[in-house]
Design a protein around this ligand. Sequence first.
Ligand code: FAD
Ligand code: SF4
Length: 559
Amino acid sequence: MKKPDYDVIIVGAGAAGGILGRELSDSGLSVCVLERGPMLATKEVSMDELRFPIRQNLLWATPKNGGMTWRPHSRASTQKAFPRIPQLLDGWGPGGSMNHWGGASWRFEPTVFKALDVWGQIPDGAIANWPLTYEDLEPYYTKFEYRLGVSGDASQMMYGPPRSKPYPLPPLEQGYATNHFAQASRELGYRPFPMPAGIISRDYQGRKRTGYCGFCMGYECTVDAKSNTRVTELKEALKNPNFTLLTDRYVYKITMSSQRHADGVVCMDSNGTVYELTSSIVIVAANTLYNVWLLLLSRNQYAPNGIGNQHGQVGKYFHQHAYCGVAGLFDERMDVHIGPSEPLMAITNYTEDRFDHTGLGFVMGGFIFGAHAVGAAGQPLEFVKNIPLPEGVPAWGPIFKEFVVETFSRYYLVLSLLTDPPMRSSFIDLDPQATNRLGLPLPRVTFDWSPQKKAMHRFFYSKMTEILQAARAQKIWGGDDVQSPWELSHPSGGTRMGEDERVSVTDRYGKVHGVRNLFVAGNSLFPTMSAFNPTETIGALAYWQADYIKQAVSKGDLI
Ligand SMILES: Cc1cc2nc3c(=O)[nH]c(=O)nc-3n(C[C@H](O)[C@H](O)[C@H](O)COP(=O)(O)OP(=O)(O)OC[C@H]3O[C@@H](n4cnc5c(N)ncnc54)[C@H](O)[C@@H]3O)c2cc1C
Ligand code: SF4
């Protein structure tokens, strides 16, 4: 039999793909990472508000090889088609979505891993325990924090999970608006603390510390102070002669040589040249929607309904976060557009099962944080485009201009990130009609907010409004409805991990049930979501998966 081209092929060079690429190539395996986007040099990146957050230059996976469609429920036909994923998703180029992420870097609470035991099931719900525990992941969380560089102070964190080591770097400096928010929160009896950030507060492992320039989220960092796999794991992996990173490679098929064996992928460059590459192990790390898309699109004689879909589980139990932001206008200048987006203060009293849910009409929770600008960095164009308008202010004309002049320097947002339990009626599949420009079906999201999300939103809206009142805001507006269901925030599920293959797609190491050498990485694996942003957990899981793969290879199980 012909020797495969590589030991391991990884699809996607983002958070998960970057970590797996480094770990497996460090162990001596020959690894090839295929990434649909280009290698972006830091010098190409400028603090250009029009180019990045407004025109979304860092999200250019569109319309040729990106995009999605949406409908609210399974009886509806497709209602919206997007050339790129709306809101917080698409990565593009090595580093993936971490190139333009905000940097909020959290561990999940131990209770998230046993969510079904804690909450039981809700109507139409698909809450599930994880097939691993917080204790299993703890060493890998630590590894993520030290490898990527996370700034924080666990001693100030309310209810932080147990940890084996402190954060490697002290928290970021807080700005005027953040301190203002924190002071008001303290007056209400909260104990706000600096949010842990994937932004380095001191020079660290050859990288320069943040210059507090303010162009974090929505941009790449010009000095590489924002932690991402492009400036850490992939940079190190590229020193290994057995590591290959191929950009401009759009993977659209996983190939199989038998029912239990994946043997490579098919991909295409932007000129339309097709490449067939073979490997002993295949890892799909293309972010939630495209992980599902690739498994379903790769149907073949051994897997007629898509790979790993023998029980109809691929795409199931999609869930995500909802952001909610309430604005306050103050007498004094807040200048919330100055400084990075992530030195924020967080309140975690209403996270997971830390509070009495009696009569509230929802399970799980969220966390509150401030003070934030609108959009990514909140610069003038973003402000004008994204600021919610109070009643009586039109979106144009002299009254709008007056509102902009009055508000730009004197407002901030209090935000919350709300958990969404997985529901049986929410899923991702292939759109039967809509295609990208290559003629391939787009991933379709069938999802709407449940009544319980609306109840959770009302609860958090009232808490955020109380804080703004305590902060003596002269006007409070916005955030009184849940975000549109097609605006995706941290989309999760679709290839959930589990012990029972009838209700999951992979085992606890992300290995697809029934296929001995195919893995999935990223938050499509999450059985149930936490209130917190997902990337540190995606990273910890990738390190955990890498250790398993290394051990299995050393025992001769995979190669
Ligand atoms: C604006 C923004 C702000 C965010 N802020 C935060 C935050 O503060 N905290 C947090 O925890 N998370 C944040 N996130 C989310 C975070 O970036 C993601 O959770 C994380 O990067 C996901 O990791 P991943 O490896 O699964 O996917 P990604 O990092 O998205 O990487 C997937 C890679 O796969 C590539 N790819 C996709 N399809 C194919 C294909 N068919 N062939 C080849 N390559 C393909 C993509 O181009 C991409 O590079 C933010 C995201 C955005 C967009
Ligand atoms: S604020 Fe710091 S981390 Fe953010 S882009 Fe500027 S220098 Fe980079």
